[in-house]
Design a protein around this ligand. Structure first.
Ligand code: GTP
Ligand code: MG
Length: 200
C-alpha cells in the first residue's frame, strides 16, 4: 500500500515561484508545508506522493529556496515552502524568503491548511512561534506535524508532544490534532493523506 494516493491522476511538479506574481491561478484547493530548514518538508511531500525524488530533499539546510508547486491530478496543490531559521543563509536572502512567505501565508485565498512541521527531536523553537503568530493573524487553519519520529525514543516523543500541545494553547487558530510522522518509516503518512484528501 506504500505510495497509494487518495487522489486521481498523476503527481507532477508545476513550478517554482519566487514572487507572488508567479503563483498559479487560485483555482483549486492547496495545502502548504512550512517549517524550519531541514525539518523534513520535502521528504514528507515525497512520502505523501510515494515519489522518492519529486521534491528535492537534502542534508544541506536551505535546499528549497522557492515556493514549489506540485499538482495532485487536476484536483489540488501541495506546496513546498522554503525553510526558515537557517542561520548560515545571507541576510538579504533570508529577508527575501521571509517577505515572500509572509505574503503567501497571509494572502493566498485557496490555501486551505498550512502544515507547520516541527522536528520531533527539537520541539517548538522561537522561530516557529514567529510563524505561528503570523498564521494566527492570517485566515488560514494551521496544523502541527511532528517529523522524524523514527529518530526519537518514547520518552522524547511524549515530551515533545506535550511541549507542542502546551505551546498551541496560545494559538487558538491551530487545528487541535497533532500528526506524528516519519517520512523514513511511513508513520502518519496515511493520516496526513486522508486529511489532505478531505479538505474542501
Ligand atoms: P529545506 O528545504 O532546507 O527547508 O529542508 P526540508 O525541510 O525540505 O528538509 P528535507 O526534506 O530536505 O530533509 C532534511 C534531512 O532530513 C534530509 O537528510 C532527510 O533525509 C532527513 N529526513 C527528513 N525526514 C526524515 C524522517 O522522517 N526520518 C529521518 N530519519 N530523516 C528524515
Ligand atoms: Mg526542502
Amino acid at each position: 500500500e506504500k505510495g497509494r494516493l487518495l487522489f486521481a491522476g498523476p503527481v507532477t511538479f508545476v513550478k517554482g515561484v519566487v514572487a507572488m506574481a508567479g503563483l498559479p491561478p487560485p483555482d483549486r484547493v492547496e495545502v502548504c508545508f512550512a517549517g524550519r530548514s531541514n525539518v523534513g518538508k520535502s521528504s514528507l511531500i515525497n512520502a505523501l506522493t510515494g515519489r522518492k525524488t519529486l521534491a528535492r530533499a537534502s542534508n544541506t539546510p536551505g535546499r528549497t529556496q522557492e515556493i514549489n508547486y506540485f499538482a495532485l491530478g487536476e484536483d489540488r496543490y501541495l506546496v513546498d515552502l522554503p525553510g526558515y531559521g537557517y542561520a548560515e543563509a545571507p541576510v538579504a536572502v533570508v529577508a527575501k524568503w521571509q517577505a515572500l512567505l509572509k505574503q503567501y501565508l497571509a494572502g493566498r485565498v485557496t490555501l486551505r491548511r498550512a502544515f507547520v512541521l516541527i522536528d520531533m527531536r527539537h520541539g517548538i523553537k522561537a522561530v516557529d512561534h514567529e510563524i505561528l503568530k503570523l498564521l494566527d493573524r492570517s485566515a488560514v487553519t494551521f496544523q502541527v506535524v511532528l517529523t522524524k519520529a523514527d529518530k526519537v525514543n518514547k520518552a522524547t516523543r511524549e515530551a515533545t508532544i506535550a511541549q507542542v500541545q502546551g505551546a498551541l494553547a496560545a494559538h487558538p487558530a491551530a487545528y487541535p490534532e497533532i500528526v506524528v510522522t516519519s517520512s523514513e518509516k511511513g508513520e502518519g503518512v496515511e493520516t496526513l493523506r486522508a486529511i489532505i484528501a478531505t479538505l474542501e
